[in-house]
Every structure is written in structure tokens, then in C-alpha cells.
Ligand binder design. Structure first.
Ligand code: AMP
Ligand code: MG
Length: 295
């Protein structure tokens, strides 16, 4: 890892904290071990730790903790370390680590529109702070930041597939000159907690942000299912077991507020800002799928 990337990462974390504090957010300490975690059906093996006569998941995202936390405070975030045992081939994508950090945030009673706007303003603030505080580091890296002009353009999942093919992330990102939102994923493409649009069955009120210049996905988020009967239906529709999600269902029966939020990968954000090839360069002790580490 280069010194310049260490400094930029530190400025990014500080800027994000400052921006979110000004917007009324409080920071939660992260959860590492959990009885239940993000299902992420398509991507990863489960990482489990046995302790006290039961199994604990290493957190893949704090989605359910965020939904629980907004009962207490309307705007929350955490720098959440995630373990995802990605397939070894993903070690070469430039975008995947098996331990990474998400800035994971959630807003009670918020709409998708509101979290998208917040995401745009957050990036703008971080970019300004990096430009002010890291001009020397950016020069060393030969990087000039692409301009950000919110609101970012939008494309639906369906349009993205039509224009760029079923695996649109790469081609769309390479074609883009500004970050671009992909909205309205179909139900089967995502996890059960993304909220289905009540007026358009089968379409979710969710989104991804894609970086330009080929850097790929920046963040994923959306509005959440919060009513117990809807959560139950969605879990079953994905062939998952209700028993595995009992902790979430009990919380929902007690009452979860509606909320929306997103998670943005820190290593990918710094990779984009610094214009480096691989997220491994953003960590002093990178965990690259398929590779061993000395420390
Ligand atoms: P997800 O909810 O799966 O979209 O994850 C949220 C964000 O975390 C993504 O948009 C990425 O920025 C980041 N992310 C997800 N998986 C990885 C990974 N294996 N390595 C690094 N960053 C990741
Ligand atoms: Mg995603």
C-alpha cells in the first residue's frame, strides 16, 4: 500500500463522518458476529464461528441491525467490516476482497429518492474534502477527479440490460462519464429485504450507483420491507427458511419502522478516487480471495 492511499482513505472516512454528523446521523459501533446476517444468495459461502453452543455468522452486512437501530434514532450509520467468502476468481476483478468495509447507513421513514439525494451529496462532500486535503497525493498518483454534477443520470435495470447486456455493470461503467444510478431491479435479482413497489408488483424500490471509467458498482440500497407478513412472504418466495430469519421476524412483529438506506464500499470508493487498479492497494493488510496473507 502506498502512503498516498493511506492518507486519502483517512480523509474519506473523516469527510463521511463529518457530512453525516451534520445531517443528524449517529455512528453505531459495528457488529462482527451475528445470529443472522444478509442472505446474499448469489455470491458467498457462509463464514461461521462456533461459540457458547451455537453458530454465529461473520457479518456480511448490517442490514438487519440497521433496520433495528432506526427504532432508536432516525438516522444511523456504521463503518461495518464485512466478511464475504468470494470465489477465488474474484481476486482478479480489482473490485473484490473477502474482508472489506462498508459505510452502511439507514434513514427511518425515508424514501428511495431521499437516500439517493443523500448519497449524491455525500460523494460531493467527500470529493471536495479530498481535493482540498489531498492535492499532493492525487498529483503523485497522476489522478484528476472526474467532476460530479448531481443529480446523477438514471437508467432502469431493464434499460441497462437492453443497452448493455445481462451483465451490464462493466459495459455501463466503461461507457459512463459520470456516476449513474440503476433503479428498479426485479424481485428475483435481489434479496428479500428490498421493498417491492406496491404499485408495480415484481419491481423493487431499490438502486445501485455505478462509477464511471470502468470502476463498476459503488453502492447498493433501497427502501426496505418492514412488515412481518411481507417479510415472511418474500423469504419463502426465495426458498429460504423462516426459522433462519426468526430473529428478524420477531423484531418485525414487535414493529420495525419503514426505512431506506444503502451501503457503499470504502475500498471501492478510494480505488475510484485514487484511480488505482485493485482494491487491494487500498488496504495495508488486504484479504484477496484465493490468496494467503503474511500478516
Ligand atoms: P452489496 O450490498 O452486496 O451491494 O454491498 C454493498 C457495497 O459493498 C457494494 O456496492 C460494494 O461497494 C461493496 N462490496 C461488496 N462486496 C465487496 C467485496 N467483496 N469487496 C469489496 N467491496 C465490496
Ligand atoms: Mg450490490
Amino acid at each position: 500500500m502506498r502512503k498516498s492511499l493511506l492518507k486519502i482513505t483517512s480523509v474519506v472516512l473523516g469527510a463521511a463522518r463529518e457530512f453525516l454528523a451534520r445531517q443528524g446521523f449517529v455512528e453505531l459501533l459495528p457488529v462482527i458476529l451475528a445470529p443472522v446476517t444478509d442472505p446474499l444468495r448469489h455470491t458467498t459461502d457462509r463464514a461461521l464461528v462456533k461459540a457458547y453452543g451455537r453458530e454465529w455468522h461473520l457479518t456480511r452486512s448490517m442490514i438487519f441491525h440497521k433496520q433495528a437501530a432506526v427504532r432508536l434514532w432516525p438516522r444511523i450509520f456504521s463503518f461495518s467490516p464485512n466478511i464475504r467468502l468470494e470465489p477465488a476468481e474474484r481476486g482478479r476483478t480489482g473490485r473484490h476482497l473477502f474482508e472489506f468495509v462498508q459505510l452502511d447507513l439507514e434513514m427511518r421513514e425515508a424514501s428511495r429518492e431521499q437516500v439517493m439525494e443523500l448519497g449524491e451529496q455525500l460523494l460531493l462532500f467527500i470529493f471536495k474534502q479530498v481535493e482540498e486535503e489531498c492535492s499532493q497525493e492525487l498529483a503523485e498518483l497522476g489522478r484528476s477527479l472526474p467532476p460530479l454534477n448531481p443529480p446523477f443520470p438514471r437508467i432502469t435495470y431493464q434499460q441497462a440490460q437492453q443497452e448493455y447486456g445481462p451483465e451490464f455493470e462493466g459495459p455501463l461503467s466503461r461507457a459512463a462519464s459520470t456516476p449513474i444510478w440503476v433503479v428498479d431491479f426485479p424481485l428475483q435479482a435481489r434479496e428479500f429485504y428490498d421493498r417491492e413497489d406496491p404499485t408495480r408488483p415484481g419491481i423493487l424500490l431499490d438502486m445501485d450507483l455505478i462509477y464511471p471509467q470502468g470502476f463498476g458498482e459503488a453502492l447498493s440500497g433501497g427502501e426496505r420491507e418492514h412488515q412481518p407478513e411481507r417479510i415472511r412472504k418474500r423469504i419463502l418466495a426465495q426458498g429460504l427458511s423462516l426459522r433462519a430469519y426468526r430473529p428478524l421476524l420477531s423484531l418485525a412483529e414487535e414493529g420495525l419502522p419503514p426505512s431506506a438506506g444503502f451501503g457503499i464500499g470504502i475500498e471501492r470508493l478510494v480505488r475510484f478516487i485514487a484511480g488505482v487498479d485493485h482494491v487491494r492497494e487500498v488496504r495495508l493488510f488486504p484479504r484477496v480471495p484465493g490468496e494467503v496473507s503474511l500478516l
